[in-house]
Design a protein around this ligand. Structure first.
Ligand SMILES: C=C(O[C@@H]1C=C(C(=O)O)C=C[C@H]1O)C(=O)O
Length: 102
């Protein structure tokens, strides 16, 4: 299975802004949309972390290691392909968030 096949990415919703509004109203509207996206991103990362920890626990219980670097490299490559050069940093941050104990 490819990395992407389990993802259910949705298109970014259309940005609806009143073109006659003043700048501060436009900024408030767009910031509201950014806040909603950040909430969704955080929820997805938390959901991802739960799945990741289940895999890590299963592997440890089977006598393996918590970390699998080859798989992590593929994930970072995926983020780089999707987001450009800064995508690798995003992928690394996501992996870190999914590794820590909670
Ligand atoms: C979840 C896994 O275990 C670890 C965590 C990973 C992740 O959060 O994506 C990836 C590789 C492993 O270091 C896995 O092997 O898939």
């Amino acid at each position: 299975m490819s990395i992407t096949s389990g993802l259910n990415a949705q298109p970014t919703p259309e940005v609806i802004v009143d073109e006659t509004a003043d700048a501060s109203t436009t900024i408030d509207t767009l910031r509201g949309q950014i806040d909603a996206l950040d909430t969704a991103i955080a929820r997805l990362v938390a959901e991802r972390a739960q799945l990741s920890r289940r895999i890590q626990t299963a592997r440890i219980n089977a006598g393996g290691t918590r970390i699998e670097l080859g798989r992590e490299r593929a994930i970072i490559d995926h983020y780089r392909s999707a987001l450009g050069s800064e995508g690798a940093s995003v992928g690394e941050a996501v992996l870190r968030a999914c590794r820590g104990a909670r």
